[in-house]
Ligand binder design. Structure first.
Ligand code: NAP
Ligand code: ZN
Length: 354
């Protein structure tokens, strides 16, 4: 199928820096929307993929799945968008659309596997998908979201992954007025979880390793902050929470957090993928009907619900805008938890000379 070239930033090996490169975008099919990317958020998953932390990265890899921009062209069958509209794309650009999950608005759990915005396989071109660290993206309109026009655009970008990944479990586990919710880790996902749980009128607690974040956490929506390395503080919240959203990206001991669940409560892992070390002790789970669960992003309809909710509640991400050329430094800072609380790339910088 015909294609054209756009500028992008990507990497050719796990240990290599990201650098400017050209990639192909397919010509718009009748159902496609072409978007000029204005801003793209920097998710920890971008770093995991660039460095092949999870295995399976296809190189060259172009990360970026928190995309906002303006529609430049639409295919003849597109009904939701026209040129000039604001538009957003998150972590998925396609799925089978026919399986039970897709029919139930759970494209993220597509039984035939959804197509990731990057490191997936483009159904049309057959080559891998490239993410939002680029000038333009071409996406089937079903996977393109509408952006509320009252929100600050760069701050909207992180809602497309950090926002929906925390919104979906909050909704699935029915968080509402009076729910006792805790969030583990104050990074990109964590700060959105605080804002969204607070807006849902839950009582919100942050678990953090980093004492310096307490004041910010309260500004972002936490009612309480617990320093997770302090035993006495951990003891003080034993048996308290209905839902815990754990955003920590690396292996860590989950057992101390299970102890802080109320009976019948659920701890939802959204960060770390892999074997837990130390292992999970089932005794507190059996004795207290507690659950340890996981959750992956959210469906397209749920993502639109979250964006509309953020429009109504004036919620955007707290961001630091960077130039595309600063992405390698941004990854190093993200590894040190030195970002408040999401980097967002101003894509106009891609036009600058590197
Ligand atoms: P991030 O901005 O780097 O934040 C992670 C936070 O976790 C840090 O700010 C830190 O908070 C805490 N932390 C980091 N390393 C830790 C360690 N070794 N032990 C304990 N705490 C640690 O990352 P993010 O973008 O929010 O992403 C978080 C994770 O979610 C990543 O693994 C990402 O790949 C994953 N993710 C999953 C989905 C999904 O669908 N499930 C979607 C997007 C991202 P404190 O300093 O406050 O302790
Ligand atoms: Zn992400």
């Amino acid at each position: 199928m015909s294609a054209y070239h756009v500028k992008a930033f990507g990497t050719e090996a796990p240990e290599a820096d990201l650098k400017q490169m050209d990639i192909e975008r397919r010509e718009t099919t009748p159902k496609d929307v072409e978007i000029e990317i204005l801003y793209c958020g920097v998710c920890h998953s971008d770093l995991h993929t660039a460095r092949n932390d999870w295995g399976g990265t296809i190189y060259p890899a172009v990360p970026g799945h928190e995309i906002v921009g303006r529609v430049t062209k639409v295919g003849r069958e597109v009904t939701k968008f026209k040129a000039g509209d604001l538009a957003a794309v998150g972590c998925m650009v396609d799925s089978c659309m026919t399986c039970e999950s897709c029919k139930n608005d759970l494209e993220q759990y597509c039984l035939n596997g959804f197509t990731g915005t990057y490191n997936g396989k483009d159904k049309h071109s057959g080559i891998q998908t490239f993410g939002g660290y680029s000038e333009k993206v071409v996406v089937d309109e079903h996977f393109v979201l509408k952006v509320p026009d009252n929100l600050d655009l760069p701050g909207v970008a992180p809602l497309l992954c950090a926002g929906i990944t925390t919104w979906s479990p909050l909704r699935h586990w029915k968080v509402g007025k009076g729910s006792k919710v805790a969030v583990v880790g104050l990074g990109g996902l964590g700060h959105m979880a605080l804002k969204l749980a607070h807006a849902l009128e839950a009582e919100v607690t942050l678990f953090s390793r980093t004492p310096g974040k307490a004041e910010d956490a309260k500004r972002l929506g936490a009612d309480h902050v617990i320093i997770s390395t302090e035993d006495a503080q951990m003891q003080s919240v034993k048996g308290k929470f209905d839902v815990i959203i754990d955003t920590v990206p690396y292996v860590h001991d989950v057992n101390p957090y299970v102890a802080t669940l109320h009976h019948s409560g659920t701890l939802v892992l959204v960060g770390y993928l892999g074997d837990l070390t130390p292992m999970l002790n089932s005794a507190p789970m059996v004795i207290g009907r507690k659950a340890v669960a996981g959750s992956l992003i959210g469906g397209i309809a749920e993502t639109q619900e979250m964006l509309d909710f953020c429009g109504e509640h004036h919620i955007v991400s707290d961001i630091e805008i960077i130039k595309m050329q600063d992405i390698n430094k941004a990854y190093e800072r993200m590894l040190k938890s030195d970002v408040k609380y999401r980097f967002v790339i101003d894509m106009a910088s891609l036009k600058y000379k590197s």
